[in-house]
Design a protein around this ligand. Structure first.
Ligand SMILES: [Zn+2]
Length: 109
């Protein structure tokens, strides 16, 4: 695999991670709510909501973790993590790498 192909795969992976977050969390939320309502109608309590809510938190955290920890194809550091006064922060809609400033979607030079 040459450098151009490696970068192309990395940007495709980033798109997949971002879309899986924006689609996965609401879709899982809808499915979990339907499941919880069905459980509640069977058992007559809020146990259904209590059963699916931790799952929604876990799915959200996992998808966010995957998006947040996307690695820059050039420098290998977390692409969306910036540092201000030594404190890291999440630059979720940043258009360049927080370390080497590689623009999002760029190829190798
Ligand atoms: Zn970088």
């Amino acid at each position: 695999m040459n450098e151009r192909e490696r970068y192309r795969r990395a940007w495709r992976d980033l798109r997949l991670r971002r879309w899986s977050y924006f689609l996965g969390v609401p879709l899982f939320g809808i499915v979990a709510t339907i499941f919880a309502v069905a459980l509640n109608s069977v058992f007559g309590t809020i146990a259904g909501f209590l059963a699916v809510f931790p799952g929604l938190i876990i799915i959200h955290a996992w998808l966010r973790y995957r998006w947040e920890n996307f690695r820059c194809p050039r420098c290998g550091h977390a692409f969306f993590i910036g540092i201000v006064f030594g404190i890291p922060y999440w630059r979720r809609f940043s258009k360049d790498c927080g370390t080497c400033h590689l623009p999002k979607g760029a190829g190798p030079v």
